[in-house]
Design a protein around this ligand. Structure first.
Ligand SMILES: C[S@@+](CC[C@H](N)C(=O)[O-])C[C@H]1O[C@@H](n2cnc3c(N)ncnc32)[C@H](O)[C@@H]1O
Length: 230
């Protein structure tokens, strides 16, 4: 039986981390990381406190730290493996980049009013109960703060997103390669809008970024933007 504490992100991004140690020159929200708008969606970042929720190896956060002069970007990830890789790749970008190993909900609840902007690129927002994560994000944003996230517009199989706030069990692997599952929230636009509204967000907009190529495991992206009231 699989331990519930196994790091199901142990293998993610390992291959790239061994061959590519660069700070990415670009920042993309799309599933294919190849098109669409960039960090300008987050607004003016100079001197701002920004948080990446489910940052993985912190490539997006490293890009912001190097190219956008924030006061601080905090790259939060719960996975010990992702935290270790992010630290190995980008610890030298401190203090502008801060790499934190934590569950996003716990981190946000412990940091009321700390952030000007929070974002997730297929990160914690996709893998955490939104009825916990979105209110915690609202708590952690300053008045007028901005939340932006990229999430799947449909399952990678092509199956439509859920019409209600329910998760699906998707395939995953334990560190020793055993097959297991993890929960992923793939929700229709109106469901995200309702959840964000219930969490106290305003000015909610959702754009669809179409996949640029076809084939298995390509996907359209929902790019969701919402504000904490001023
Ligand atoms: C698909 S990866 C995306 C990583 C990164 N954003 C990227 O674009 O490369 C999802 C990441 O979210 C992290 N994650 C999932 N749920 C989380 C939570 N509740 N708190 C913190 N990190 C979480 C996982 O550990 C994993 O590194």
């Amino acid at each position: 039986m699989t331990s519930s504490t196994a790091d199901l992100w142990h293998h993610y991004g390992c291959a790239r981390a061994t061959r590519d140690r660069t700070v990415p020159a670009t920042f993309s929200w799309s599933w294919g990381q190849d098109t669409g708008p960039g960090p300008e969606v987050l607004g003016h970042l100079t001197g701002r406190c920004v948080g990446d929720l489910g940052a993985g190896t912190a490539r997006h956060a490293a890009h912001l730290a190097v190219h956008h002069q924030p006061a601080e970007v905090t790259a939060v990830d719960a996975s010990p493996a992702q935290h270790a890789m992010a630290t190995d790749l980008y610890a030298h970008l401190a203090p502008r980049l801060r790499i934190v190993q934590s569950d996003a909900v716990s981190h946000l609840r412990a940091m009321p009013g700390a952030y000007d902007a929070l974002y997730s690129v297929f990160g914690a927002v996709d893998f955490t109960d939104p009825r916990e994560l979105l209110p915690a994000a609202a708590t952690s944003l300053k008045p007028g703060g901005h939340l932006v996230f990229a999430t799947l517009a449909h399952y990678l199989s092509g199956t439509p997103a859920q019409p209600d706030a329910v998760a699906a069990d998707i395939p995953a692997k334990t560190p020793d390669g055993e097959a297991t599952t993890m929960r992923r929230w793939v929700l229709q636009e109106h469901v995200w809008t309702k959840l964000l509204d219930e969490a106290g967000f305003t000015n909610i907009t959702i754009d669809v970024l179409p996949a640029t190529n076809s084939g298995p495991r390509t996907a359209d992206t929902l790019l969701v933007s919402a504000y904490h009231p001023s």
